[in-house]
Structures are given as C-alpha cells and as structure tokens.
Design a protein around this ligand. Structure first.
Ligand SMILES: Nc1ncnc2c1ncn2[C@@H]1O[C@H](COP(=O)(O)OP(=O)(O)OP(=O)(O)O)[C@@H](O)[C@H]1O
Length: 245
C-alpha cells in the first residue's frame, strides 16, 4: 500500500456544499456530505504495461461524477479496481457502503428471462419485495420485456437490465461503465432523469465513458490520461449515444 497523498483540488458538488459564512438568522446548513468513495495512490499494471499510475479521487454523497478517456486509457481497469474486482498493485480504495457496479460487458445468462434475472438478484440482495424492480423497469420503459429471454434482447435492452441490476438494492455509490451504450435517444434521456432523481436522494455516481456527450450534466468530470486523472474532459459531438442495439 502506498502512503496517502494529498488529493488534487476538486470542485465540490454544488448541491452539497456548506456555505462558508452562515447568514445570521438563517437555518443551520447541512453538514458536509460524508465521502462515499475515497481513493488514494492507486496503481495498476498488466505485466510491464502500467495502466493506472497514481489515482486520487474523492466522492461525496449526492454527486454525479464522470471519467472520460480514450479507448484503452484504463477506465474499465479503474472501475474494476473501485468495484473490488481487480486488485490494485498499490494504493487504497475506501467506500463505507454497498456499491452498485454496472460492467461494460453484460454478466447475464442468455437463457434466463428478464424476470428470472430480477428474481435471482432479489434473493442475492435479500430485498423484501419487487417494488424497486417494477419502478426501475418502468423508469427505463422496458416492462414489456419481462418475459423475454435475455439472449433474444437487443444490446441496448440488455444494457438496461444490466443497469437495473446494479440499481436494484439502492446502493449509495454506483460505478457505471459506459451505462448508456446502445441506448436510443429516449432511453438516454430517461437514464439521465433517473440519475438526477437518485442524485437528489443522495446517491453518487461515477460514470465512465469514452466520450462525454453532455459534460454539463456532471458535477465533476475527469479525464483519464497517461494513467492519471486530470480535471475536465473534451465534449463529444453532442449528438447523443451511438445506438447499437
Ligand atoms: N486483463 C488484462 N490483461 C492485460 N492487459 C489488459 C487487461 N485488461 C486491460 N488490459 C489493457 O489495459 C489497458 C486499459 O484497458 P481498459 O479496458 O481499462 O481501457 P478502457 O479505457 O476501459 O478502454 P475502452 O474505452 O476501449 O473500454 C489496455 O491497453 C488493455 O489492453
């Protein structure tokens, strides 16, 4: 484990900042949101190929953060490290609560239906009822596919299921790898509506994408370059997601 480094200066999420000087007579502002993710000095190499060369990152509650970077820059590796699926060579990752991880590749069984996937995850998460699943299916408008086998779904619809499975247990931190890949325009908009509602309820997101279509939607945005996070990112074409299925 590496020694702790001082994090790069970051912009706080606007909705969660505590004013420096409270106005006399005003109600006492909320305390600063506790961190849902704290990353220090994370490094990862595959053989002699360094991919992450020292990642420092903090996320408070109720923050929509993005990481953009070119293909092969290490975004998936970073998310896998944060989700605990890949062990870093050095550094620390602290997240006190449960995590919802939506990987780039679907980890679904093509022979099972949408409903069967939901039932499996219900049991795994020990959820009391199916209410949240129903709400999420409705929010992403794919209730009609409940009884379809996943192998017969389009890529975009499979991705919706992937997203629902990551959100089902209402985790405080969501790690989403190219979450709107394959979405049509309406689904893309619905994704952002849902993300906005969850952020307002205090959930935090780290969204990884090779292109940031709407940089203004993020409270924080980094660019992963040469194994390090730099503030900001180049905007994409603005034309929305590349529909794939
Ligand atoms: N398991 C692995 N073994 C060896 N090299 C790997 C492994 N996984 C990723 N890499 C390499 O690490 C680098 C970063 O890959 P990664 O998938 O993290 O990038 P990415 O930014 O997510 O790419 P993309 O935008 O194409 O999804 C690439 O050069 C890739 O070939």
């Amino acid at each position: 484990m590496s020694s702790l480094r001082r994090p790069a200066k970051e912009t706080a999420c606007p909705s969660r900042t505590r004013p420096r000087r409270p106005v006399p007579g005003a109600t006492v502002p909320d305390a600063p949101a506790p961190a849902v993710l704290r990353v220090r000095g994370v490094r990862k190499a595959y053989g002699r190929h360094p991919v992450l060369r020292g990642i420092d990152l903090d996320l408070p509650a109720g923050c929509l953060a993005g990481v953009v970077g070119e293909n092969g820059s290490g975004k998936t590796t970073l998310l896998r490290v944060l989700a605990g699926q890949t062990r870093p060579d050095r550094g620390t990752v602290e997240c006190p609560g449960p995590v919802g991880y939506c990987p780039q590749e679907t980890v679904l069984n093509p022979a099972f239906t949408v409903d069967q996937h939901l039932e499996l995850f219900h049991v795994a998460y020990r959820l009391p009822d199916a209410r949240r699943a129903d709400e999420l299916l409705d929010a992403l408008r794919f209730t009609a596919y409940r009884h379809h086998r996943v192998g017969a779904l389009s890529g975009g619809t499979r991705q919706k299921l992937n997203l629902v499975l990551a959100l089902l247990h209402d985790p405080p931190l969501l790690l989403l790898d190219e979450p709107y890949q394959g979405f049509d325009w309406e689904s893309y908009q619905r994704f952002w509506e849902l993300a906005g509602e969850l952020r307002a309820a205090g959930r935090s997101f780290l969204v990884v994408s090779h292109i940031a279509y709407d940089t203004a939607r993020f409270d924080r945005l980094w660019r992963l370059e040469n194994g390090r996070l730099a503030p900001g990112g180049r905007s994409g074409s603005g034309a929305g997601p590349a529909a794939e299925g």
